[in-house]
Structure formats: C-alpha cells, structure tokens
Design a protein around this ligand. Structure first.
Ligand code: PHE
Length: 454
C-alpha cells in the first residue's frame, strides 16, 4: 500500500482558525458538565482554588509542551515522538495518549448523547412545569432506560465521524469560529438569571469562598484530573493539533488564549450552576446529573425560557462535537499516517469500534449495571481513570520530555519561532516543566496509588 505522503498533510488556514479549533477541542462537556459536578462533590471554593493553581502551574506548561512537540514533529502523537527521538521509546507516550483518546471518546460520547436528548426535550418543551424532583426523575429514567441513551450516542458518533471524514480545515475550523463565542454569550445570560434567583447568594458563597480545611488529598487529585481533562492535555490531542499549526504562529499566545478561554467558560459554568443549585434545593454533590437537573430549572425561570434552553442545548451539543472531533482526529491521524490506512476508511473503522465500546459505558448505567467494580460502574471507572490516571501520567512524561530530553535550544526555537520574537518567561517555563510540574504530577499520582502517604 502507498505510504502516507507527509507533504500533503493538512494544516490550519489562519491564526484565528487555530485558536478556534483548539479552543473547540478544549472547551466542551469538561467545562460545562464535568467541572460543576466535580467542584460540587469536592467542596466548591476549596476545589476552585486548587484547580486554578493547577491550570496555571501545570496546565499551561503541559499544553505548551505538547504544542511544541507537535509543531516540531509535524506528525501525529506517536509519529512526532518517533521523529524527534527516533531511537528512544518515547513514542510509547504517544501510543498511550492515542489509547487515552480512544477511551475518552468511548465514554464522552455517552454524555454527548445525553446532550442530544436534552436538546430534543427542549425542542419538545419537555421541561415545562417540572420541579426539581421531577427533573431528577426525568434524567434518571432516561439514563436507566438504556435504549435512548444508546441511540443518541450512536447518532452523536455518526455526526463526529461525518465531520472528521471531511478533513481538518473544512471540517473543524468552519464550525468552531462562530459557535464558541456564541456559547460564551449564552452562558453569561444564564449566569445573570442564576445569580438573580432568590437564594442565589448561598451558591456564590459555596463556589467562591474557600474553606481550606476542605482541601484534602482527594480534592487535589480531582482538581488535577479536571484541569488535565478540561485542557485536553496529557494524551496527544494538543500534539496532534500542534502539528497542524503553521511555523509562523506564536505558540505561547495560542496556549494562553486557549487556556484563558477554557478557564473562563468553566468558571462561568460554575457561576451559572451553583446559585441555581442552592436556589432550587439541589444537592451540589448530586454527581453526573447535576447540570441536567439544574439547567432546566433555570430555564423555566427565564422569560423566553423555551428559546434559551433550545439555544443553549444546540450550543452545548456543538461544544461537545468540537471536542469529540478532536478526540477522533487523534486516533485517525495515527491510523492514516502510521498504519497507512486511508483517512476515510480509518475514520469509519475507528469511529465504529469506539462506538461499540462506548455503548457498554452507556449501558453500564442502566440495564448492564453489573458491569461494575464495587460501587463504580464501567462509565465511572473510565471517567475516573482517564482523568485521574491516564492524563496525569501522560502529562508527566510529556513535561519530562520537553524539560530534559528535547534540548533547550529546540524548545526555545519553537517558543520564539527561531528567535523571530523574544520567548518571554522562558526561564519560568523551563523551571515549571523541569521541576515543578513533574514533581507535582508524580506526587499526586503516587499518593493516589497509596505509594506515598501523608
Ligand atoms: N477538554 C475536553 C472538554 O473539556 C475533553 C477532552 C479531553 C478533549 C481530552 C480532548 C482530549 O470537554
């Protein structure tokens, strides 16, 4: 079979396209669904502080490292390592990352499917007249039913595959550019309604005041996992995206802009959710169902709620879609560049296999709830292990690679476009990737495995 022609690799068309597509990958259900539920389970304000710290001190350095590796390597997550260090086993990190993307997508598509159900419900005016307990019941019976969640998941994966099938520039950039800013505006509108609800103050207090005694090792682990998940780092997504970024683009600026947008959306999601959670008497530690109970409650308190709900769920579906596209892209780029499978064939085959596995994640929440270890079903096991094990381990090796193995000069050249501009904060970046980030990642990880105790 003909070898992949690397001179014909696709790339991003414009700087704004790069930012939009990267932000599209990063901003998704991680910000709007996962962030509020994990923050709610881990003490609100205490979690927020640790989370923000990790975003700044670990998230940005890891993201920049990945983009550097990708742009220098000009290949997928595996191929970039192989090209930069041909005779060393670093490509294994790329392979683990690709496997990570595979599993994230398998269970991410479950939640993405839920967003389609909620889009359908908002279209059919299905929340109307329902209070907190009825909305909880509605979510529960949908989730436990088994069939509908699977149908939505399959539809979602079909949509994702359809877009990836049509290639990078035309597929991803076109959609992300207009839609992510719209999502931001809509969340702000929801925030305004939420904080003006009677009883909202308690929610703001929960989210913004930190009780330091609540910062337990588990909160720290969850905050790190959430930061990695939300920034799509630790598994080669940003390596793959970096490889499509032009040699002229300013990498630190891209990383800062994308990280800032991601954090802004997560914090706004918190401001939208928690005041309403307290106003409607919902338990902040409700878990995965949190936003699906809270948001419909808020929409019912808004003038034109039908319209806002519809708009919101359309945009949420699209935010999820730009993330699933990026996940599928990681695996497809690998298959087409390294295994010489045609891009289109790879898209169809990979999407089908992931959907097959994903269906079991979905069913483990309903009819197949015996797919579990202890009280954690397959879905929760994948959710937990991806965010708190796979991504931090990937991130650890990625910073070790840029900090200690890639070569200081190469790193500086990538950060400054061969000295075209000054690489500001280079010393800080190097200190973080060489020392702070690996030590912090290793400590959290070893603690989690019960190897370290404090
Ligand atoms: N960051 C995405 C989100 O917040 C999810 C994701 C994780 C995408 C890992 C790619 C890689 O929804």
């Amino acid at each position: 079979m003909a070898k992949f022609d690397f001179s014909k690799r696709d790339s991003f068309g414009s700087r704004i396209g790069v930012i939009a597509a990267t932000a599209g990958s990063v901003i998704g259900l991680g910000n709007i669904w996962r962030f509020p539920y994990i923050a709610g389970e881990n003490g609100g304000g205490a979690f927020l502080i640790v989370y923000l710290l990790f975003i700044a001190a670990i998230g940005i350095p890891v993201m920049l490292s990945e983009i550097i590796i990708g742009r220098k390597g000009q290949r997928n997550a595996y191929g970039s390592f192989k090209k930069l260090k041909p005779n060393q086993p670093w490509y294994l990190i790329g392979l683990i990352g690709i496997a990570g993307a595979f599993f994230v997508l398998a269970y991410y598509s479950t939640i993405a499917g839920w967003t389609l159900e909620y889009l359908y419900q908002s279209l059919a005016n299905g929340f109307s007249g329902k209070g907190t307990s009825e909305l909880g019941e509605m979510f529960n019976s949908f989730q436990k039913g088994g069939l509908m969640p699977v149908i939505w998941q399959v539809i979602f994966m079909g949509l994702t595959a359809w877009i990836v099938f049509h290639g990078i520039r035309h597929g991803i950039e076109k959609y992300a550019k207009i839609l992510m800013p719209m999502l931001l505006v809509l969340i702000i509108v929801i925030c305004i309604r939420s904080i003006t609800l009677p009883g909202a103050g308690e929610g703001l207090r929960f989210f913004f005041t930190a009780d330091f005694s609540k910062i337990t090792p588990d909160v720290i682990i969850q905050a790190l996992g959430q930061a990695a998940f939300s920034l799509s780092i630790g598994m080669g997504t940003m390596i793959t995206f970096g490889s499509y970024i032009s040699k002229k683009d300013n990498l630190p600026n891209i990383a800062y802009t994308v990280t800032a947008s991601d954090t802004l959306i997560a914090v706004l999601a918190g401001i939208a959710i928690f005041p309403a959670v307290f106003a409607f008497g919902i338990d902040p530690a409700e878990g995965e169902a949190l936003i699906f109970i809270t948001l419909p409650n808020i929409f019912q308190q808004m003038a034109g709620g039908y319209f806002w709900a519809l708009m919101f769920f359309i945009l949420l579906v699209i935010a999820a879609l730009t993330s699933t596209i990026s996940l599928l892209e990681v695996v497809v780029a690998f298959c087409s560049e390294e295994l010489n499978i045609g891009r289109k064939t790879a898209t169809v085959v990979v999407a089908s296999v992931i959907t097959f596995i994903g269906v079991f994640c979905t069913l483990s929440q309903g009819p197949l709830d015996n797919l579990a270890i202890g009280d954690k079903n397959l879905f929760s096991i994948v959710d937990y292990s991806v965010a708190n094990i796979f991504l931090p381990v990937g991130a650890f090796f990625i910073v070790i690679f840029t900090g200690w193995f890639m070569g200081r000069k190469d790193v500086r050249d990538e950060l400054s476009n061969q000295g075209t501009f000054k690489a500001k904060f280079f010393w800080l970046f190097m200190t973080l990737v060489r020392f702070f980030a690996p030590i912090a990642l290793a400590t959290v990880f070893l603690y989690q495995l019960d190897i370290l105790k404090f």
